[in-house]
Design a protein. Structure first.
Length: 421
């Protein structure tokens, strides 16, 4: 596989995290966090077409459908906008559930929005913004970041609470807990249940585990030893969601930059890549690789580096010398490594938009110095094959193949000749 990779646009957001978003109807909806707004961006040229102003910081992706944009921000605010930018309704849940600091909100049961907060989860009617039900958990155990996942087949909403005991819950439409399971270790920040075939995948701080989607029975669990990174003993899998490919491969990466590909059916390790050994990661840095998002589609896995030493350092691991990596996820081969010219990855999941990948960058180095920040968009083409790329919306899929996609939307399908070959 030979690839041509080029950066086609860059958007500056200022001194702010460039958080992720969604791709809908040919446009990308991004979340520049400290700008307190969502951006509607034309995908081909990277032009900002409209802004949706929020009451607080936007730490996660909005949900977008044909009736509007649903966003959440710090202050416990949930807002629905028309696609023209008018506010249709607004709800404030701060007093009961805290600030919104999660990865994204998601649609559930077709008519609802599910929003997870540090102290609980709320389900709202999409049309009116009415809170249909909330479940609050132990206020002594708040943790930002988890994201709910709706399963359209079982019609259950899967949620990771910030707890080890009874930390995985599946709710029905009325808020009844239909499945309650213990986790092998606490869930990290920014995690969510991920669904593939008959399995529900949970990446905990020190374990990867899979449950049966219907019964909730644990299928397998694999432990990971702690790692030393940034001068500290770290939970190996601290960070955000990892990825599942469309054919059932699970790709996880540890806090210090080692990548593992596993079979979701049994947990067998298919390949590993150690970025420290390859010279692409350094334990002198202190921002964990687990907070860099990855995307897997059409046979390749893409991630932006997470090294964060100050620009003034005499080091190849400074915040502005990160690389874009593309890995063949069938065999673990590195098929593309860019020059070290990019600012480190944000706590951000890449967005796929018809042969393009958008990744936001982070604004602080290891010494807490701040920098102006960007969204980068790369176009990726296969140059030794003729392919047809599909134009598919990307709405996080509510944890279904979280970070992975149905085939054909990134590198595309191989074209057949007129002879059918």
């Amino acid at each position: 596989m030979r690839l041509a990779v080029s950066r086609v646009w860059r958007l500056e957001v200022g001194t702010s995290p460039a958080e992720h978003g969604v791709y809908k109807g040919g446009n990308i909806y991004l979340a520049p966090t400290f700008r307190d707004e969502f951006w509607k961006v034309e995908a081909e040229k990277g032009e900002v077409l409209a802004t949706f102003k929020m009451p607080g910081n936007v730490w996660g992706a909005p949900w977008v459908d044909n009736t509007g944009l649903y966003g959440a921000s710090t202050g416990g605010h949930i807002v629905k906008f028309s696609l023209d930018g008018d506010i249709l309704w607004k709800v404030d849940l701060y007093l009961s559930l805290g600030h919104f600091l999660s990865e994204a909100i998601t649609e559930a049961w077709g008519k609802c929005i599910a929003v997870q907060f540090p102290k609980g989860i709320a389900v709202l009617d999409k049309n009116e913004g009415k809170v249909l039900w909330c479940d609050e958990w132990n206020p002594e155990q708040p943790q930002d970041g988890q994201e709910p996942t709706f399963d359209p087949e079982t019609r259950l909403l899967w949620v990771c609470m910030p707890l080890k005991e009874k930390g995985l819950v599946a709710y029905d439409l009325n808020g009844k807990k239909c499945i309650i399971k213990d986790l092998p270790s606490p869930p990290p920040h920014y995690i969510c249940p991920q669904i593939w075939s008959r399995f529900v995948l949970i990446v905990c701080k020190r374990h990867v585990t899979v449950f049966d989607r219907s019964s909730g029975k644990q299928v397998w669990v694999k432990g990971f030893s702690n790692v030393t990174y940034g001068g500290k003993n770290q939970d190996a899998l601290e960070g955000g969601p990892r990825v599942i490919t469309s054919d059932g491969k699970v790709i996880v990466w540890t806090a210090d930059g080692t990548f593992y590909c596993m079979d979701i059916t049994n947990g067998n390790i298919l390949w590993t890549l150690d970025f420290k050994r390859l010279g692409y990661a350094s334990i002198e840095c202190n921002d964990l690789w687990g907070y860099a998002g990855g995307v897997a589609a059409d046979g390749i896995f893409i991630i932006l580096g997470r090294n964060n030493l100050p620009k003034s350092s005499d080091s190849p691991f400074t915040i502005d010398k990160n690389r874009l990596f593309i890995i063949n996820y069938e065999n673990g081969e590195l098929v593309y490594v860019s020059e070290p010219v990019y600012q480190m990855a944000c706590c951000c999941k890449p967005i796929v938009a018809r042969s393009k990948v958008v990744i936001g960058s982070w604004y602080k180095d290891s010494k807490e110095q701040t920098y102006s920040n960007y969204y980068n968009c790369w176009k990726i083409n296969v140059i030794d094959e003729t392919r047809k790329v599909l134009d598919r919306d990307y709405l996080w899929l509510g944890g279904l193949h979280h970070g992975g996609y149905s085939t054909g939307c990134l590198l595309g399908y191989k074209k057949k000749s007129h002879l059918g070959i």
